[in-house]
Design a protein around this ligand. Structure first.
Ligand code: LAG
Ligand code: CA
Length: 603
């Protein structure tokens, strides 16, 4: 692994507070986490990347800001989505088609989806619900309307002239459409479908784009989808991104890889994540019979896909659901199951597309008023499809959050289209892509207990109840179940009705314990070579609990595999410190789970 400071813009996974509190470690870990956090507080956010964090985006395509806010509170937050990606927020050309959003005429936050105040309120509401906002940013070009006109918010403009923002010299000189995608220069300097191509090599243009993006950051936006990134040299994108006021924002770049083209997605991975279009294309092939689901066992980088930690993945997006390059919501079970697989499979950062029915009309805009303002969305009415809320998809977000960084385990397949696999001791999925039921005893690494099958119903964490069927995992990790044709069964540690919740995966830690008899008023701490252990400063070390006196104990979470040197110290009432004698003690943090030490004080 390269040092994370070199990739500040790849997904900054958000710590799932609920998840760590739900574990069995409770207070001690919470307290030590504070100590750890304080000690490494200056580290870049992406580097912290502790496990058990969230990475799923819901893309609410063409939803108004007011509707997005409501959905964050009602659905996205409770389901565990990390991000909501919204359609481009800037002023655009007038027109009923959806794609007017991709023709900026100014950077005023006033569009068919709402005004600036509504946008700001949406960001704030979503953040309160635990959901960060990713803005789709259109920075390669301005409008394509050759006749000019007046923008949605009233700004006048001409082709290659946007008063107060850009004038003719701020656009590339090519001024004709891209025709040959095998010509790098043409793809990056000419017009994409007639859209006025910004001279992103110029200092002024870079600065103006960064000012727009920094305005969004000031409004609380925490991530950007960079539209048409392939049409800008990677160096230009890197320069713009380097001007952002917050270096920790998440970046995902739209670079459509295609065979035979000189510009590749890999050129952009040093800047942030990149959309891996081949992921969605492959899932369409596999889930429509072009390959066996059994072959998904190796799905990932070995299929020629980007490295997992740089890939933004999706079953479909707003373009591919219109050009049928991928599955779409009209594909029924294949689409749902592909989304279920995506969310269960530890590759890339997944985005769930959520749009509206087009009824075969490519241009059809979202339901809107006569003035062109999009109407607030209500799920399952007026064509709003709400894939992010489909039970199977919504509940797989919780599955993925529970699985965290756990690798796949216990893979099983029938050699054809029935597959099953676990995510360590956290989660297990059985997916039946065949037309006949799958009845079998599955072998898992899960702890014994009663689990909610979150494909058949919802888990209620308060009542610890399940509205669907339950699955009982035996002490040896097996369970028997019937999975209906073209459906799935999914169980995970975050949806248990009975049994002991296993600690989050990768939550590697050492339980320091030392037998030491002490006088009243004195206490024992552990101090050591790492930040979490105070870097040999007793005051910054970790206080042990006397709950099991004369054994003093505390758990400390640390990066897996770290070799630590440590010693115990006794602190008396007036702050005096006494170090135990002898050489430094040595321990290595396990790959996951807890290493319990039982030491004896050396006087
Ligand atoms: C993208 N990624 O690189 C978006 O994902 C994609 O949806 C955008 O195209 C494109 N880049 C430009 O931002 C969309 C529609 C186009 C539409 C364009 C501009 O897919 O169909 O073009 O937005 O609104 C439309 C007309 C064209 C016309 C053009 C300019 O369809 O025929 O030439 O507008 O007037
Ligand atoms: Ca360009």
């Amino acid at each position: 692994m390269e040092p994370s400071t070199r990739r500040p813009h790849t997904r900054s996974r958000h710590r799932s507070i609920l998840r760590s509190l739900a574990g069995t470690l409770a207070g001690v870990l919470a307290a030590t986490a504070l100590v750890t956090g304080a000690a490494v507080g200056a580290a870049p956010p992406a580097s912290a990347a502790p496990p058990g964090e969230r990475d799923v985006t819901a893309v609410l395509f063409q939803w108004t800001w007011t509707s997005v806010a409501r959905e964050c509170t009602s659905t996205l937050g409770p389901a565990g989505y990390a991000y909501v990606q919204v359609s481009p927020p800037q002023e655009h050309v007038r027109g009923s088609q959806w794609w007017t959003s991709y023709q900026p005429v100014s950077y005023r936050i006033e569009s068919k989806l709402g005004n600036r105040a509504q946008f700001a309120a949406m960001v704030s509401t979503c953040r309160s619900a635990g959901v960060e906002v990713i803005a789709d940013t259109v920075i390669n070009h301005m409008s394509g309307a050759p006749g000019g006109g007046t923008g949605y918010a009233g700004s006048p403009f001409q082709y290659y002239s946007y008063p107060g923002i850009y004038s003719d010299a701020d656009f590339n000189g090519c001024r004709r459409d891209i025709a040959d995608y095998r010509n790098r220069w043409e793809v990056q300097n000419c017009n994409l479908v007639g859209l006025a191509d910004l001279a992103t090599g110029s200092q002024y243009v870079r600065g103006r784009i960064a000012t727009y993006m920094n305005d969004l950051i000031a409004l609380g936006v925490r991530g950007f989808r960079i539209d048409a990134a392939k049409h800008m040299p990677a160096a230009d994108v890197a320069d713009i991104v380097s001007r952002l006021s917050d270096p920790s924002v998440y970046i995902v770049q739209e670079v459509i890889g295609a065979a035979g083209e000189p510009i590749t997605p890999a050129e952009y991975t040093g800047i942030g994540d990149v959309h891996e279009f081949n992921y969605g294309r492959q899932l369409k092939r596999v889930f429509t019979g072009g390959d066996r689901l059994a072959n998904l066992r190796t799905f990932g980088a070995t299929w020629g896909l980007l490295p997992s930690d740089r890939a933004g993945v999706f079953v479909d997006n707003h373009d591919t659901e219109r050009n049928f390059e991928t599955l779409t919501e009209a594909d029924g079970a294949a689409y749902t199951l592909a989304n279920v697989f995506m969310l269960a499979w530890p590759y890339g950062a997944p985005a769930v597309h959520s749009g509206y029915a087009t009824n075969g009309d490519y241009n059809k805009g979202a339901p809107q008023s006569s003035s062109g303002a999009v109407l607030d969305a209500t799920c399952y009415t007026n064509g709003w499809r709400c894939q992010h809320d489909w039970r199977e998809i919504r509940n797989m977000v919780g599955f993925r959050n529970a699985a965290g960084t756990a690798a796949t385990s216990q893979w099983w397949d029938n050699g054809s289209n029935q597959i099953a696999f676990g995510r360590g001791d956290q989660a297990y999925l059985a997916l039946n892509g065949e037309g006949t039921a799958l009845s079998r005893t599955f072998t898992t690494s899960l702890p014994a207990g009663v689990y909610c099958d979150v494909m058949s119903g919802d888990y209620d964490p308060t009542a610890r109840s399940c509205s669907g069927s339950t699955v009982t995992v035996a002490a040896n990790g097996t369970f028997s179940a019937n999975v209906a044709a073209r459906s799935a069964l999914a169980i995970h540690a975050g949806a248990m009705l009975d049994g002991t919740t296993p600690p989050p995966p990768g939550d590697a830690r050492i339980s320091f314990g030392v037998e030491a008899t002490t006088q009243w008023g004195r206490s024992i701490r552990v101090v050591g070579s790492t930040a979490a252990l105070g870097t040999w400063s007793p005051a910054a070390g970790v206080a042990l609990s006397s709950a099991t006196y004369p054994v003093w104990r505390a758990e400390v979470a640390m990066p897996p595999g770290t070799r630590v040197e440590y010693k115990y110290v006794r602190v008396d009432g007036n702050g005096g410190v006494t170090w135990e004698s002898g050489a430094n003690r040595v321990a290595t943090v396990p790959a996951s789970g807890v290493l319990t030490l039982s030491d004896t004080w050396r006087s």
